[in-house]
Design a protein around this ligand. Sequence first.
Ligand SMILES: O=C(O)CCC(=O)C(=O)O
Ligand SMILES: [Fe+2]
Length: 288
Amino acid sequence: MEEEQEEEEEEEAQEFKHENDHHLLFSSIFGDSDSEESEDWLYGSPHHTNERWESVEHVDGLWRCNHFLSPNQQQRILKAIETDCGVFLYLWWTQAMRFGRLPDWALDLSSQIHNSVLKFKSMDSKCSTKTDPISSPSTAAQSQCPLPEDILLREPLFDQMIANSYEPGEGITAHVDLLRFEDGIAIVSLLSPCVMCFRSVPDPLCSYPNKVNGHINEENQLNDTGAKVQILLSPGDLIVMSGTARYEWTHEINRNKDQQVWQGEALKQERRISVTLRRLCPQLVLGD
Ligand SMILES: O=C(O)CCC(=O)C(=O)O
Ligand SMILES: [Fe+2]
């Protein structure tokens, strides 16, 4: 009898330790959530001007914004994810999705992306190049800007958010995002640096049925003839993809052993969180 009680007490103590470990993990990543900060969590922080947009060579429609979020903003967004998406990312699920009205922090993030592209556009004379309305979305003139005009003008810019959490060693296989999402996708990268790899889809039209399922099949995924472009994503960086980059290139993150190397240096792998913002095709929203 006494032994049974001791065992139960031991189990309880283990459970408590387990919960406490998770709490500590939370606090180490997010800080202590009891210490509330300003409610204007994005715009409330001092405006920082380190952000730097650059187009990624060879992948038309792919742009990266270095230092898009300041360390303070990153901290706040991580806290917001914790509050909004709960413990999902830390205990067993690895993904949280929101459709329809985005939470306030994601709306702020979306506005910040919008404003940042507008700011770049107003400062960069190439962006004012007039585009031919008859031409396709991936014309050279349009890719002079991080997002083309029609995407920038749509309302809302994004209506779906997905937060992914990856443990060291976990990544995402090569895929083209589902066609149920419109053109124009943004991804913010947090916590751990990573190398993201883009591969051109050899025959985009042939692979459309595969794209609908979200993932390019093995044959298309590793076609030797396809071009491969790698980019480094540091914490706080943003990428946007539109046109060719969105439809004709796969993207992937391979965090298997020895795969995360940038300029000859192995990247230190830690937990990584990303936030992807997209917009559902309107006919799907209306349920057609
Ligand atoms: O985690 C990332 O950076 C990529 C996420 C992604 O590609 C997706 O959710 O479709
Ligand atoms: Fe994706």
